[in-house]
Ligand binder design. Structure first.
Ligand code: THU
Length: 151
């Protein structure tokens, strides 16, 4: 399967580079003294607003939250429940990252709640010029979502 399909960008009219830039900026705010793994994320809403987030760890560990969910929670708490895309930039401390940071399973499920899985674009980026694009349904196939509870 061709995952690094930059044409998806044109199909969906997603401002890929702007989202990546926003995620890189958000990553600078990551609070990750325990893992030293810093993540930034930027979600694009249907209204074309961008909300950013970073991972925020906790000494008690379990209250820690991923960058993706910080960003989604910010969007939803501002009234934006329909999301189109997310850019994620993550890696160990010290400047630029040389890895693609994929969203964890919990974050994939949270994105699913506020996305059309067949359309939603996940961008994992090392920098503005080096990234991969996926549809959410590739990363979370055969998923469970709000429609299952419409009875
Ligand atoms: N992390 C994220 O922010 N997003 C992910 O999708 C994977 C993991 C964070 C959580 C924790 O603060 C650190 O990265 C190491 O797991």
């Amino acid at each position: 399967m061709e995952n690094n399909n930059k044409n998806l960008m044109e199909v969906n009219n997603i401002p890929v580079k702007e989202l990546i830039k926003s995620a890189i900026e958000a990553r600078k705010k990551a609070y990750a003294p325990y893992s030293n793994y810093l993540v930034g994320a930027a979600v694009l809403t249907n209204e074309l607003r961008i909300y950013t987030g970073c991972n925020i760890e906790n000494a008690a560990y379990t209250p820690s939250i991923c960058a993706e969910r910080t960003a989604v929670n910010k969007a939803v708490s501002e009234g934006c429940r329909k999301l189109k895309a997310i850019a994620i930039v993550g890696g160990p401390k010290d400047g630029l990252t040389d890895q693609y940071a994929f969203p964890c399973g919990v974050c994939r499920q949270v994105l699913r709640e506020f996305a059309d899985s067949n359309q939603f674009i996940v961008i994992v980026a090392k920098n503005e010029n080096d990234y991969k694009l996926y549809r959410l349904n590739e990363l979370l196939p055969e998923s469970f979502g709000p429609e299952n509870l419409n009875y």
